[in-house]
Design a protein around this ligand. Structure first.
Ligand code: COA
Length: 345
């Protein structure tokens, strides 16, 4: 291997190079998963947050960029964990650049007293001998272990049948008396933010974590606002639908869809949660259907929507399958205990 020279991404020019590696890797490794626009990378290096610190690293060899990585350090909870992204340009794989960048991330994580790294990688769903992207083989080779199994599904909006959606809607309405829907694009109204923060905290405990070592996240109203600001600064449009329990006035169900700047045909179904004490009223289906209708009305140019769910999350998967989402590939989180890995040099 030629030497990998590693520099922190601190300028827009370096961010452009970092982004180009991510785009080349995504195009080679995955179907229908375009990399977000470079403004999302600018946001990550230019805006600071209280809930996490981020470092982006660029690796070059013989003067040309070959590897891109990030280290994200949760600062309010999970302060022994660090999450990582690690990508090597498809033309430069199997030269141990990935290993060299990983060793650098480990050194940085140790400097912040982190004890483990967590990263995710996609792989084909089928057991047929199709070409495997390097992520899982690399992760296993460096001593990480898989701790979750998620499936990415895609909804092709042109295939949606209005009668089918109307039937799902009628079924959800029949069971959800006593709840009202609210929806918006952009920042939430002030009076909702405490409830929204609570819902995001519950997301970190209620979605299946399987063997992932991740402690409950502490979301405050201020953290929620910071999250919203970061989404806006990265150029994303975000549509939110929530259900309010009429009797208590509390927001008890939440879902959001994001659209990246400059990729108007692609959307992401992000978080969906219903508070445990309000499950069984089809609120998950109701808020998702309403947000989908909001998307179709406000952004008719969107053609696809991606979403990820834990394979064991049968309720959420059931809703998505009923809506028409279909599996594309499988994603796992890999966890590397730093005590298990010696870095030489
Ligand atoms: C994962 C990735 C970063 C590896 O980068 P790389 O520079 O090719 O990795 P290395 O050359 O350092 O590989 C180290 C070892 O991992 C294993 N490995 C890596 N890629 C492999 C592959 N495609 N098939 C089998 N084993 C592989 C091998 O044991 C390899 O050692 P060897 O080449 O001496 O046999 C790269 O494939 C990539 O960008 N993949 C897409 C993004 C991704 O999944 N990232 C992982 C996030 S956790």
């Amino acid at each position: 291997m030629h030497e990998l020279v590693i520099e922190q991404v601190a300028s827009r020019a370096a961010a452009d190079q970092w982004h180009a590696i991510c785009a080349a890797a995504a195009a080679a490794d995955y179907v229908d998963l375009p990399t977000g626009p470079v403004v999302e990378v600018y946001e990550r290096i230019e805006n600071s947050r209280t809930d996490k610190q981020q470092e982006l690293w660029l690796g070059s060899s013989d003067g040309g960029p070959v590897a891109a990585a990030s280290l994200t350090l949760p600062m309010l909870d999970n302060t022994v964990n660090a999450t990582v992204e690690l990508l090597v340009h498809p033309s430069f794989r199997r030269h141990h650049y990935g290993t060299a960048m990983l060793d650098h991330l480990i050194e940085r994580a140790r400097a912040y007293d982190r004890i483990r790294l967590i990263g995710e990688a996609g792989e084909p769903i089928s057991d047929q001998p199709v070409e495997q992207p390097g992520g899982p083989a690399f992760a296993a080779a460096v001593g990480a272990r898989p701790v979750t199994i998620e499936v990415r599904r895609i909804l092709r909006l042109a295939k949606l049948e209005p009668e089918h959606l109307a039937r799902l809607h009628a079924g959800a309405i029949a069971k959800s008396g006593g709840y009202s829907l609210l929806q918006w694009q952009g920042p939430a109204a002030d009076e909702l933010v405490v409830d929204l923060a609570h819902l995001l905290s519950r997301m970190s405990t209620d979605a299946p974590l399987e063997d992932l070592d991740w402690e409950p996240e502490a979301w405050s109203a201020a953290r929620y606002r910071e999250h919203e600001s970061a989404i806006a600064a990265s150029g994303r449009t975000r549509l939110v639908t929530v259900a309010r329990h009429d009797e208590s006035g509390r927001i008890v169900a939440f879902t959001d869809i994001a659209i990246a700047a400059g990729s108007p045909t692609f959307a992401y179904q992000w978080t969906t949660i219903v508070l445990a004490e309000h499950r069984g009223h089809r609120l998950g289906m109701l808020v998702k259907l309403a947000n989908l209708a909001f998307l179709q009305r406000s952004h008719p140019e969107v053609e696809f929507m991606n979403t990820w769910n834990a394979a064991v999350n049968s309720h959420m998967v059931g809703i998505n399958e009923a809506l028409g989402f279909r599996p594309i590939d499988r994603w796992r989180e890999w966890q590397l205990e730093l005590s298990d890995r010696q870095v030489i040099g």
